[in-house]
Write a protein that binds this ligand. Sequence first.
Ligand code: ZN
Length: 188
Amino acid sequence: MKTKSKTKAVMRAADARLPTSVGEFRIVGYESLNTNHELVALVKGKPKRNHATLVSIHAQCFTGDVFGSLKCDCGTRLRAAIETIEREGAGVVLYQQPTAHQTNVNYQIEVHDPMSTSADLRLRYQQCAEILDDLGVSRVRLLSADPHERQILEQIGLKVAAAPATVSPERSWQCQQGMTPVDVMAMG
Ligand SMILES: [Zn+2]
């Protein structure tokens, strides 16, 4: 897979075996070369270049992921993605920390715009594409029914196959539960 950007956006920093209650995984840490945040890939099995690999892109939601908050469904979706990949026997969960920029209101609006050319948004997906390439993934089946996410990944150069029929719409990058008291109050 050749991504369209010539500038490298991430660097692999750590790689280890990770046994979990769901199954045996490999955890690979990456550092962003453009921002000060880190990214993690949870990898099951060995991706094959000629096979469309199951991929879930997850934006960190501290209260949902760690404490199982019911104010959003982030933790539930993350767990479901890991379990689906475990059943499949191969796949990748890309887990990203939000940057400070992604907590602002304009960014929250941009993620809904399929024509958005936000440099920050494109960088996020560029990083995902580079990590997938580093892991040997060139064709993906997204565990997400979000057409925007699919469109951006295809623009970057990834081949995106149809999502599994059972997936529900993903809300990548959008949940900021726990980030601001206003958001939490709005969810009531
Ligand atoms: Zn959440």
